[in-house]
Design a protein around this ligand. Structure first.
Ligand code: SF4
Length: 233
């Protein structure tokens, strides 16, 4: 598909000097538990079918998760919690996300992020977010025929998404822009005669939120389940 072709080109992107340096350094230094592994240390493209009806938007790859395994939400606790929820809802073929070759298939769902390279402290700069935006805009354009709903994990992804949607041009972005909150739902009217889009906010699946109970597995399932139902999954 055109989206698969875009994903391949994305893997060669070196547009952000700080992130290129960081993603490679993390792969050289490694974490003890993964000392025998070769880290991916490149941009991590979205994961899931090109005709997905539900898009889950994160923040950026994790240094020892996606940056190590080469697949988004794979190889760390955040990925486990997210994929466990998807499996419980019938949206993934297995409950774990361990490596790029573990056989995981998302059913009608795709993962993406507004920043495709692992940032120091999980904090991309506004400039890095803006530099990576054209990839998200293109992904939204290519997914236009199928996508009906989105779940956005955290305020960073939420704030990055609306300018990309506005640039993609298929839906009308409300002014002022909606404010992020867990469980917030916004419906965007079509701007091109196609279907509208339902966007839901959800606390990010980071350990900071899941260890403290700010985001429980039930809360995550509720938001994703509601979005999936609305997307016709
Ligand atoms: Fe390229 Fe995005 Fe990675 Fe920057 S964050 S180097 S724009 S893929």
């Amino acid at each position: 598909s055109d989206l698969a072709a875009m994903d391949r080109v994305l893997c060669d992107c070196r547009a952000c000097p700080r992130l290129v340096a960081w993603r490679e350094e993390v792969g050289r230094v490694k974490r003890k538990a993964f000392a025998e592994q070769t880290y991916w240390s490149r941009p991590i493209p979205g994961f899931g079918p090109a005709d997905a009806r539900l898009l889950i938007v994160g923040l950026a790859p994790a240094a020892h998760g996606g940056n190590r395994t080469g697949r988004m939400f794979t190889g760390d606790r955040s990925g486990d919690i997210l994929v466990e929820a998807l499996h419980a809802l019938g949206l993934a073929n297995q409950p774990t996300s361990v490596s790029a070759t573990d056989g995981l298939e998302l059913l009608g769902v795709r993962f993406t992020a507004p920043v495709h390279c692992a940032p120091p402290d999980n904090k991309p700069t506004p400039e890095e977010r803006d530099t990576c935006r054209p990839w998200l805009v293109r992904e939204l354009e290519l997914m236009r025929p199928s996508v009906r709903a989105m779940v956005v994990l955290g305020a960073f992804g939420w704030q990055a998404l609306f300018p990309a949607i506005a640039a993609a041009g298929s839906w009308t972005v409300p002014k002022p822009r909606p404010v992020f909150g867990h469980g917030v739902r916004v419906e965007l009217a079509s701007a091109d005669g196609g279907a509208p889009l339902a966007i839901r906010g959800c606390y990010h699946v980071s350990q900071q939120n899941t260890f403290t109970g700010r985001l429980t597995p039930a809360m995550l399932r509720d938001v994703i389940g509601a979005a999936a139902a609305e997307a016709g999954l």
